[in-house]
Design a protein around this ligand. Structure first.
Ligand code: GTP
Length: 353
């Protein structure tokens, strides 16, 4: 158990699991309604009325879950499944297949309980299952039904358990896929701007470098840095600063093609990788971004006086380059632009090579 979940109340942990448990109580109650009619039809009114008790227990469990009394809900489900299995088996025999339902607890226990509690609960479940089996070797069913009817009940139970296991498996698969997607998103994107984060951009850029080595297609890099961003934060506050960064990211993204990659490289610094683009064309793109920012109605974000500009440095990948060298050249060009008064786009120069 990790420390954060230790301090969380048990009922708040794994909400998807409890939602699934609620859905299962609904399904189980529906199955018991079907059982009620099946046993009436088979001429076993006692077994039919046992299902009414089961439906009441599932209804109780459903409302207990709804009002977050999860412990009570789980207790009611245990009572129902253990009781129903024992009654069904002792009344009409082991071949009725009521014991299959006990197996449904195995994944549920493993997911919901801590390791130690799961080990205890699974041992108790195993003992109960085996105990019922041994008992039925030694006694005859109390209210036997015809062999055909017994077969019918077994088929029904088997089908329900198959369907429920399939449903649980697909639900868990869905949950795992969703969690994986979320984790991937968290590992690769910057939470504020939604752009790639620095680490993921490094990974993507390395692949572009490898592609360049194979194909020799041109690749350009733009390093963009907001001007006087500290002053924006100081004057308008950090929250407005954040909004400026979000808007800036959107404006940059809007000027790029789908194959271009853009990342938040640092606090107020962005790196754009332009595949199949020469430095001259990259300059045009950077100019468009710069001009777009200049003409953007920033008063939407803060007040009338907010002005946001950026400086950009450009480099083009050359043979023998690694990621550091090509970004370094863009960085030098960027700081030449800063030194020359900001709100400028500068190309790399040969002396930095
Ligand atoms: N609001 C906000 N500010 C940030 C974030 N990340 C970095 N900053 C701020 O960005 C500012 C960058 O300041 P500097 O590096 O001095 O650069 P600058 O003020 O833009 O000056 P020049 O780059 O020289 O034009 C710092 O005050 C950082 O605190 C962020 O996520 N949100």
């Amino acid at each position: 158990m990790n420390p954060s979940s230790y301090y969380e109340p048990a009922r708040n942990r794994r909400p998807q699991f409890w939602r699934l448990a609620m859905r299962c109580t609904q399904i189980a109650a529906t199955v018991d309604i079907a059982f009620f009619f099946l046993f009436l039809w088979l001429g076993s009114p006692i077994l039919a009325w046992i299902n009414i008790i089961s439906i009441a227990l599932y209804a109780g469990a459903y409302y207990a879950f709804k009002y977050r009394r999860n412990r009570l809900a789980v207790a009611l489900i245990w009572v129902e499944v253990l009781g129903h299995a024992a009654l069904g088996i002792t009344m009409i025999g082991w071949d009725s297949g009521f014991h299959y339902y006990l197996l449904m607890f195995i994944p549920a226990i493993s997911v919901a309980a801590s390791k130690r509690s799961a080990a205890i609960a699974l041992s108790v479940l195993w003992a109960y299952y085996v105990g019922l089996d041994v008992l039925m070797w030694n006694i005859e069913p109390v209210q036997p039904i015809s062999e055909t009817a017994l077969h019918l009940v077994q088929l029904f139970n088997l089908t329900v358990v198959f369907a429920m296991f399939s449903y649980l498996a697909s639900y868990y698969l869905q949950m795992v896929v969703r969690a994986q997607r979320k984790l991937k998103e968290m590992a690769t994107t910057d939470p504020l701007t939604g752009l790639f984060n620095r680490r993921h951009m490094q990974f993507l850029a390395e692949s572009e470098l490898a592609r360049f080595e194979r194909s020799g297609h041109p690749v350009s890099f733009l390093l963009l840095d907001a001007d006087y961003f500290k002053a924006i934060n100081d004057k308008y506050g950090h929250e407005t600063g954040d909004q400026v960064l979000v808007t800036l990211s959107r404006l940059i993204r809007d000027e790029l093609r789908t194959q271009d990659l853009v990342a938040r490289w640092g606090g107020e610094e962005f790196l754009v990788l332009l595949p199949d683009t020469r430095a001259d064309s990259a300059r045009g793109i950077a100019e468009r971004i710069r001009a777009g920012l200049e003409s953007f109605p920033w008063k939407q974000v803060a007040d009338q006086n907010l002005v946001v500009t950026l400086s950009a440095g450009i480099s083009e990948l050359r043979e023998g380059d690694d990621l550091n060298s090509v970004i370094n050249r863009a960085d030098h060009a960027l700081y030449r632009g800063k030194g020359a008064g900001r709100n400028r786009v500068e190309l790399e120069t040969l002396e930095v090579l």
